[in-house]
Design a protein. Sequence first.
Length: 315
Amino acid sequence: MTYVTTAALPPLDEAAYSKRRRQQGRLEDVTSFWFLLPILAIFVVLFLVPLVQTAYYSLTDFNGYSMDMHFVGLSNYQKVFSDPSTLQGLGFTLLYAITVMIGVTVIAIPLAVALNQKFVGCNFVRSVFFFFSVPSLAIMGMVWKYIFSPMKTGVVNSVLSVFGLGPIPWLSNNGLAKFCVIFIAIWAQIGWHATLYLAFLQAIPADLYEQATVDGANAWQKFAHITLPQLMPGIVTSTFLLMSGGLKVYDLPYTMTKGGPGYSTYPVTQSIIQQGIGQSQYGVGSALAVLFFIATGIVVFLQMGISNLISRRFQ
């Protein structure tokens, strides 16, 4: 058997080693740049360029057809703040986003905990809850528009008539229409977010619960001190997706109520499309889009900051 001692090894050339490391680092930087270049190009073409164009059009009287436009300054922004339909749409959008985020989170976490238990047919039950999130919200809106129809022929009103109850104006009353739209949004998204939480629950080490059982912790103490802290990354991700998706909602309110009755379920996105395309006021629509982009960024960053603070509190 042959042994190699350290004395037989050649001396380390630190200068050559450092040079080789620098060359390798530069090669990795060049490789990373070429990998990121297509993503950067897509970002510039599909996001940055339209954003700059929208900001420019918001300062003009562009109507979407003629390129003979004139600079009008901030007059489009003044029209946005003086339009009652836009202000109502902003109020409904914030109500929708915040209520759906809270409602889905409050229901999806206990549902995920229940689905994480071992019982007969657990996989089938999990798939059933996840199935409701597969169809798009636009399809859900068209189906539930018929179910919540304020006419006597509506599904819910037909069932109520069996018990001698009169037809309820589900989608023709301002408050009930808001309730129906938000209810369907929560119902349709619970399954997907419960599946997200279920993935985080299954990653929690079982040793933590076993040690808590030995220490005499009850079910609530296990949830509060083990399950909830371990779920914080999932909560941050889920609430971010719900908030960002809720702020740009369009399909569900439009297919269910067309934004009515009045402007009670009129989201900001519908207002942007209606004014920019429907009324050929691209300048006003662009101004509203710029303001909505800024407001959405502020709300999402605040939500992420609060979520991160809560997450660090549980660490």
